[in-house]
Design a protein around this ligand. Structure first.
Ligand SMILES: NC(=O)C1=CN([C@@H]2O[C@H](COP(=O)(O)OP(=O)(O)OC[C@H]3O[C@@H](n4cnc5c(N)ncnc54)[C@H](OP(=O)(O)O)[C@@H]3O)[C@@H](O)[C@H]2O)C=CC1
Ligand SMILES: O=C(O)/C=C\C(=O)CC(=O)O
Length: 353
């Protein structure tokens, strides 16, 4: 075994159906008196329900969460939190809502209690993202790591099947890249493999029956583990490509991950055989990139970048942008091979090295 560093993070996690009922006690345990509940506009009713559970500990509901956390939304949320005297933020929703909580915490140090309803995994990471003038900036800061996370699978029952599949594959991408990360260690690798297996079981079951409670719990458990991996080790080609495509071409986050992942893994497979074998083992498959491609294809998810709004004439620029950033990756970045990867992902053909 190679020498390694493992850093554990202080977070309290409640997991299980009905755990949302403990939200007021958890806010109290944080030493907070008034929590601002955050959500997107369509999830306001759910946030109001959480405010109801908080009772006198609710400062109010702010429903201004937007994908990629525009700076204007962050400023408004910070001002509302201050005006209402909030000393805690409760983020109820997906990565966009939790990202808004992180933007408040980055500025004020307010503790965050996260109640995730998708599988994106942001609740387990100290990573924040903020978008200003069309540029998304990400960074790491322990102030934004949610102090408490409530994983209540009942809240994800309403997540539409299509979103569940792409969000689940977004989580699987964290684990897959975590397995070959430069700073991977045996503990994160264990979590990655278990997270992949849980989501590999859960997504077909959710596709068959979105109300399958066992599968919803399995998926959220997998998302927890995969999010922990994302927060613990450095991501590589796949995540960098998705950020380029999402940030510069405004493509939807989870769908972009779903489409790119098989191709990024196929690109890296020759240079990361042990990680590729572990991914395949977790999925009970012979070929890891193909298994992820088929997971998407069989369960109604998009498999081609052209399906989600990228234009073929953007591929050269996407490739050039991706080549600009230098980061650790198992296989060196080669322009011609990367351009082929992007073309394959654009066309939606099965992955090839
Ligand atoms: N910092 C980090 O570590 C990470 C950050 N992220 C960031 O998070 C964002 C992506 O997260 P993701 O969760 O995919 O995106 P969103 O939070 O935007 O949620 C995706 C979709 O799920 C829907 N949804 C969420 N909860 C429910 C629910 N209970 N019922 C029905 N629909 C629901 C949302 O609907 P509606 O719009 O109606 O709410 C939205 O359409 C990106 O900005 C990404 O960069 C992602 C992973 C990690
Ligand atoms: O972009 C961010 O806000 C930070 C990290 C991620 O989105 C991780 C991912 O690509 O899923």
């Amino acid at each position: 075994m190679k020498p390694f560093v493992y850093e554990s993070r202080a977070q309290r996690v409640l997991f299980g159906a009905g755990t949302l009922a403990q939200v007021a006690a958890e806010v109290e345990a944080l030493g907070a008196r008034k929590a601002l509940v955050l959500c997107t506009p369509p999830q306001r009713a759910q946030a109001e329900q959480v405010a109801g559970l908080l009772g006198e500990r609710a400062a109010g509901v702010f429903d201004g969460a937007v994908m990629h956390v525009p700076m204007a939304a962050a400023r408004e949320a910070r001002a509302v939190a201050q005006r209402l005297g909030a000393d805690c933020a409760v983020a109820v929703g997906g990565g966009s809502t939790i990202g808004l909580g992180k933007a408040i915490a980055l500025d004020s140090g307010l503790p965050i209690l996260a109640v995730p309803t998708t599988y994106a995994g942001s609740e387990m990471t100290p990573i924040y993202g903020l978008t200003e003038e069309g540029v998304k900036r990400t960074g790491r800061d322990l102030r934004v790591l949610p102090r408490t996370v409530i994983y209540d699978p009942q809240l994800s029952l309403g997540l539409p099947v299509g979103l569940s599949v792409v969000s689940g594959i977004n989580a699987m991408a964290h684990a897959a890249e975590g397995l070959y990360a430069d700073d991977a260690n045996p503990v994160t690798q264990l979590m990655a493999e278990e997270g992949l297996a849980a989501l590999g079981r859960a997504l077909p079951a959710i596709h068959a029956d979105s109300g399958n409670r066992q599968a919803r719990a399995d998926a959220l458990y997998g998302a927890w583990l995969c999010g922990t991996v994302l927060g613990s080790v450095a991501m590589a080609l796949h995540h960098k490509l998705c950020h380029t495509l999402g940030g510069s071409f405004n493509l939807p986050h989870a769908e972009t991950h779903t489409i790119v992942l098989p191709h990024a893994l196929a690109y890296n497979a020759p240079a990361a055989p042990a990680a590729t074998t572990r991914i395949a083992r977790a999925l009970g498959a012979a070929d890891a990139p193909l298994a992820l491609y088929e997971l998407a294809l069989r369960h109604g998810a998009p498999v081609a970048l052209r399906q989600i709004g990228l234009r073929e004439e953007d591929l050269d620029r996407a490739c050039a942008l991706a080549m600009q950033n230098q980061y650790p990756n198992p296989r060196p970045l080669e322009a011609a091979a990367l351009r082929r990867l992007l073309q394959n992902a654009y066309d939606g053909v099965p992955p090839a090295a």
